[in-house]
Design a protein around this ligand. Structure first.
Ligand code: FES
Ligand code: FES
Length: 159
């Protein structure tokens, strides 16, 4: 089947099998390997991407279900010379160790801060509960998101 998606700001068309999962489309067809495959059962969140600005676990969707949609992967959030505040936050606050969970964490946090720019520490923890990390103990991840929230709210003092 043919699908057409806006991937990180660029429209593309591909022929895919109906059974192809979105996460495998992103990695194997589009070559965007920043989206990781962990459990493939909707538990770990390593495969999280934004689909029409909603954070989704891309192992739970078929690629054909994304036809016509706007998809953002970690590669679309920033680049080496222009990191997104969340990427800066994970760097500055040591929010990762092995980094396997990090792309998914960042995209879930992105949705969280878009919906709640002044999220409390408790709200950050709740917002990220669908993303698992086996390394960090989460403390530094929460600090990284708080860092990003401060950066993103700079110049916008009113809630
Ligand atoms: S790989 Fe999708 S939730 Fe774990
Ligand atoms: S940094 Fe290793 S799984 Fe999170």
């Amino acid at each position: 089947m043919k699908i057409r998606v806006n991937l990180n700001g660029t429209w593309r068309e591909d022929e895919v099998e109906p059974r192809l999962l979105l996460v495998h489309y992103l990695r194997d067809v589009a070559g965007l390997t920043g989206t990781h495959v962990g459990c493939e059962t909707s538990i770990c969140g390593a495969c999280t991407v934004l689909l029409n600005r909603d954070a989704v676990k891309s192992c739970t969707l078929f690629a054909v279900q994304a036809d016509g949609a706007e998809i953002t992967t970690i590669e679309g959030l920033g680049n080496d010379s222009n990191l997104h505040p969340l990427q800066q936050g994970f760097w500055e606050e040591h929010g990762l160790q092995c980094g396997f969970c990090t792309p998914g964490m960042i995209l879930s946090a992105y949705q969280l801060l878009c919906r709640n720019p002044r999220a409390s520490q408790e709200e950050i923890r709740k917002g990220l509960e669908g993303n698992l990390c086996r390394c960090t103990g989460y403390q530094h991840i929460v600090k990284a998101v708080e860092y990003a929230a401060r950066k993103m709210n700079e110049g916008n003092p009113n809630p």
